[in-house]
Ligand binder design. Structure first.
Ligand SMILES: Cc1cc2nc3c(=O)[nH]c(=O)nc-3n(C[C@H](O)[C@H](O)[C@H](O)COP(=O)(O)O)c2cc1C
Length: 330
């Protein structure tokens, strides 16, 4: 078993995208992070983020916040949506979250992080998991006694009752820069005191890298984030590359036309997710066109790319995509 999970990503991992990733072999999908205080205040745009469908299971709903009580209340609300897991975000680096003491901000207040974890675990029957980073910055990667910060933290989180831990191999101050460091993820996994599954995350884009991460670092699962943009089939590509039965040459779109057909399907599903607002759904899916490997490295593509990223109707987007296939397709 070499499970691959779709990483939680704000404004990206909505039900439409999660279901596509599931279809192409994601073994678990995560919602984007959901603000605990807004859930408790019953803000409609936030409670909508709890929408899950049976076809995408197993699914984790991720929450974030800085107050143990409101996180526990939020977890109870989330539990009513019946996710398979409730995941706590201890990794978000952005100022509006970490700067206010939530997400990765809790890497600077471990006692509070543990209070939150215990409060959430005690509030619900659903399995609770957590996702975090290696530490706050490069100066806090090791404790005074030489133990890696994350090795110690992982044990403490396990003691609070979480069922699994996902680790993104960067510090908060790295944000998304530099290369993810998997060595410390491996140290957590190899700590004989760890009993819960460890999910490794950071810069996995190819079957070769996935194989290395499973083999060298021994992780129980890999979480894939940015490499899924405009390429939800990456899960089946990685599985085929890993030799997982059933995925060899099945379910992987081979030609540009096949891939574009899936991107079109995603556009339509995005529009549906955006309340059938055509423009909104297209703007919402643009990140995927911009980053899709389908449109990378095409000769003399600049003007077409600009047109694709400006198009505001399905008719326009599909017409440009058809032209791309006609001109550059294989
Ligand atoms: C646009 C974007 C949004 C993200 N939102 C979240 C989030 O809501 N919760 C979370 O835990 N991580 C979030 N992340 C971090 C990813 O889950 C993941 O840890 C990170 O991208 C590294 O994995 P990758 O190299 O495979 O992309 C986000 C990342 C990106 C690029």
């Amino acid at each position: 078993m070499k499970p691959l999970y779709l990483a939680p990503m704000e404004d990206v991992t909505d039900p439409a995208f999660r279901m596509l990733c599931k279809r192409f072999g994601a073994d678990r999908v995560y919602t984007e992070f959901v603000n605990a205080d807004a859930l408790v205040r019953d803000i409609a745009s936030t409670t909508r983020k709890l929408t899950i469908h049976d076809e995408e299971r197993p699914v984790a709903i991720q929450i974030y916040g800085r107050d143990p009580e409101s996180m526990a209340d939020a977890a109870r609300i989330v539990e009513a949506a019946k996710p398979n897991f409730i995941d706590i975000n201890f990794g978000c680096p952005v100022k509006k979250v970490a700067g206010k003491g939530a997400g990765a901000g809790l890497l600077r207040d471990v006692p509070k992080m543990l209070d939150i974890t215990r409060a959430v675990v005690n509030a619900v029957h659903t399995p609770v998991t957590a996702k975090t980073r290696l530490g706050w910055d490069e100066n806090s990667l090791y404790l005074e006694n030489g133990t890696p910060f994350i090795v110690d933290l992982a044990e403490r989180l396990q003691d609070c009752g979480i069922q699994e831990l996902a680790i993104h191999g960067r510090t908060r101050s790295q944000m998304y820069r530099g290369d993810a460091d998997w060595t410390l993820i491996g140290e957590v996994k190899n700590n004989p005191r760890m009993r819960i599954p460890i999910i490794g995350n950071g810069d996995v884009r190819t079957p070769e890298r996935a194989r290395e991460c499973f083999e060298h670092y021994g992780v129980d699962a890999i979480m894939v984030g940015r490499a899924t943009f405009g390429a939800p089939w990456i899960f089946s590509e990685i599985k085929a590359g890993l030799g997982i039965p059933g995925y060899r040459n099945t379910g992987i779109p081979q030609t540009m036309a096949d891939k574009v057909a899936i991107l079109k399907e995603h556009v339509l599903a995005s529009i549906q997710w955006c309340g059938n607002d055509e423009r909104k759904g297209i703007v919402h899916s643009r990140r995927h066109f911009a980053a899709s490997p389908v449109f990378k490295g095409l000769f003399d593509f600049k003007q077409t790319r600009i047109a694709l990223l400006r198009a505001e109707t399905v008719e326009e987007v599909f017409k440009i995509m058809d032209e791309i296939v006609a001109k550059w397709g294989n």
